[in-house]
Design a binder for this molecule. Structure first.
Ligand code: TPP
Length: 649
């Protein structure tokens, strides 16, 4: 009989006998495997955290006690145990549960998250607020060893040791970030590696001490001290204890009995100082295909439960990520000053391919986007050309280094922003819809967006030809399967391209009703919209803007003067985006053009298929055509002079 069936809240869970908890763990794992097999999701981390989550909800008093998750991708079991079991199968699907903790979703989701390394700071804030409110509940931050590679985690630890708030931090250490975890602290934490050395050193020291005492040499205090220091040296405890935290561990994070005993003791007796509990878990625990491939099981698409193999259709065309990687490698073969930097996303950004060919010139810096950018800036001062490949959403974290370290010093750091635009199932935290706004405002920056994968390759080449900061944004997913030019070209900076009508000259402009000024991934939809408009008797010109900065001012001003309607189309927020740039240009030149802006309105969008989200924003061919029809017909009817208009949802 199912035990999980009867558990709709942590209170129900507490009715279960402690000895039966492993059965609940098995059921939770099955539920997680099932939902990930159907919808895709964060399989490995969620399986690895099941026992920890069970023990926490079994022993603490949620939601008065609070859990703050780091990243939050591991919290599927938490969702199941806190009244969302029936909806678990909707996770990451449109209108379904979010793949991450979300405050609107449940009172048990204390803090919204999906970007790494925030848990300690947020939990410390909550704990401090509770003290000021004279509330004595526990606050527990759960952070992975990957999360601990981010500098923000140390800012939190630093203040935690200073405030001495009685925060509980659980370090869920599985030795993995998405890929194998990196960095000196990770090595230090890896007790499994260092314990052999510790044991060996301890045995040798013991032998030495016994020899000394056999020969009548008194055990000198310094030698005893040495023994203690050696123990400390090989223990993670020294690190956390020197920061003012009590340290317990490392514990087996799958030993429910030990976890429950420890957590019940802590839950009953308020801790007297900040406490760090170090648990060792296994990514993918309980599902052999995931255990065998912990990196591959981090984020999965739908798969067959029996074999663990993907059930997604193999894409017919190459991904933007792989096209980027190939172009980067081609450029790096010709220019040894090119180095590659990733912030814990080697496979996601394609940097893993670069690493294979140029291991000495590739750097995974951990989940440390801020550091990645400053590190790149440092290398650039020495004549290198760093390629910083970071998802659009994660680069947000590095805004100040981009300003202060890169563009202010006009250093040739080259940003490649994968996952620009809507990303789909990961939702609002991951949509890359702000990068144009936060990068185009920066002096010295050149910013580009390719219409297809072939153009991406030329933009990679163009970036390295420029001795200044550059950024190329490109979407998640696969290209159109367009032919790839045999050689990479350097594009003329700030030059747009008319993609239709073919061989357009301004002598033909009288026949054009509307100019669709499209950027990046919006160029092909604009071309389709132009075909639909043609059927309605409206002639559209489609401009591939290519450059967000510098704009092709000559072309845009000419279009503004000669074409009755202009529509900018971008997959970025309208505020401060590409359309705004065109509007600013027209305003500067006092050009009274009928400019309309299509893009993402001033709101957050949840998880859904990218095409659904684009349609919601009017960014698919049909909606673009409808929008244009409406504007053109309205103008024809009223023959009025509308000002710049922006789509508002
Ligand atoms: C700022 C930021 N950069 C990158 C990511 C992508 N990312 C999601 S989970 C993850 C690894 C997290 O590792 P860890 O904290 O150890 O958790 P585990 O998956 O091993 O349980 C990364 C790099 C992110 N969420 N946030």
């Amino acid at each position: 009989m199912s035990l999980l069936y009867g558990i709709n809240s942590p209170a129900d869970l507490k009715q279960i006998q402690k000895e039966d908890l492993p059965r609940v763990a098995v059921e939770l794992r099955s539920a997680i495997i099932e939902v990930c097999a159907k919808n895709g999701g964060h399989l490995g981390a969620s399986l690895g955290a099941v026992d920890l989550i069970l023990a926490l909800h079994y022993c603490f008093q949620m939601p008065q006690d609070k859990i703050v998750w780091d990243v939050g991708h591991q919290a599927y079991a938490h969702k199941a145990l806190t009244g969302r079991k029936e909806r678990l199968n909707t996770i990451r699907s449109t209108h379904g549960l979010s793949g991450f903790p979300k405050r609107e979703e449940s009172p048990y989701d204390t803090y919204g998250t999906a970007h790494a390394s925030t848990a300690i700071s947020a939990a410390l804030g909550i704990k401090t607020a509770k003290r000021l409110k004279k509330e004595d509940h526990h606050v527990i931050a759960v952070v992975g060893d990957g999360g601990l590679t981010g500098g923000l985690a140390y800012e939190g630890l630093n203040q935690c040791g200073h405030l001495k708030e009685k925060l509980i931090i659980i370090l869920n250490d599985n030795g993995m970030s998405i890929a194998q975890n990196v960095g000196a602290i990770t090595q230090f934490l890896t007790k499994r590696a260092s314990s052999d050395l510790y044991e060996k050193t301890r045995t040798e020291l013991k032998h030495l001490l016994s020899l000394l005492s056999d020969h009548g040499v008194p055990l000198l205090k310094p030698i005893e001290k040495l023994r203690t220091s050696i123990k400390a040296l090989f223990s993670s405890s020294i690190f956390f204890e020197s920061l003012g935290l009590r340290y317990i561990g490392p514990l087996d994070g799958h030993d429910l009995g030990t976890l429950v005993d420890l957590f019940s003791t802590i839950s009953d007796h308020l801790t007297s100082s900040p406490l760090l509990i170090h648990v060792i878990t296994e990514k993918g625990k309980g599902y052999p295909p995931a255990e065998q491939d912990p990196a591959g099981s981090h984020g999965v698409g739908p798969f067959d439960i029996v074999t663990g193999k993907s059930t997604s259709k193999k894409a017919a065309t190459a991904s933007y990520t792989s096209i980027f990687a190939e172009a980067l490698i081609a450029c790096a073969r010709e220019d040894e000053r090119i180095v590659g930097i990733t912030a814990a996303m080697p496979a996601g950004t394609g940097m893993d391919e670069f690493m294979k060919e140029f291991p000495e010139r590739a750097f995974d810096v951990g989940i440390a986007e801020q550091h990645a950018v400053v590190f790149a800036a440092g290398m650039a001062t020495e004549g290198f050309k760093p390629a910083c490949a970071i998802y659009s959403t994660f680069l947000q974290r590095a805004f100040d280094p981009i300003v202060h370290d890169v563009v202010l010093q006009n250093l040739p750091v080259h940003f490649f922003l994968d996952r620009a635009g809507f990303v789909g199932a990961d939702g609002a935290t991951h949509h890359g819809v702000f990068d144009i706004s936060y990068l185009r405002c920066l002096p010295n920056m050149v910013m580009m967006a390719p219409k297809d994968e072939n153009e991406l390759r030329h933009m990679v080449k163009t970036s390295f030809a420029l001795n200044q900061p550059t950024a190329v944004r490109y979407p998640r997913g696969n290209g159109y399967g367009v032919p790839l030019d045999p050689t990479l070209k350097i594009l003329e900076v700030g030059k747009a391209e008319v993609v239709s009508p073919l061989n357009f000259t301004f002598e033909d402009s009288a026949s054009i009703d509307v100019a669709l000024i499209a950027l990046g991934a919006m160029v092909y939809p604009a071309m389709k919209a132009a075909q639909l408009l043609e059927e309605e008797g409206i002639r559209a010109l489609v401009l591939n803007a290519r450059f967000v900065k510098p704009l092709d001012e000559t072309m845009l001003l000419k279009l503004g003067q000669e074409i009755p309607h202009l529509v900018t189309i971008e997959e970025n927020v309208l505020m401060g985006g590409f359309g705004s740039a065109v509007a600013e240009l027209f305003a500067c030149h006092e050009l009274r053009a009928q400019l309309h802006l299509l893009g993402i309105p001033d709101q957050f969008f949840d998880h859904a298929k990218p095409e659904e989200l684009r349609a919601q924003c009017g960014l698919d061919p049909v909606q673009i055509a409808k929008f244009v029809l409406h504007k053109v017909n309205k103008k024809r009817a009223l023959n009025s002079q509308p000002l710049i208009s922006i789509v508002k949802k």
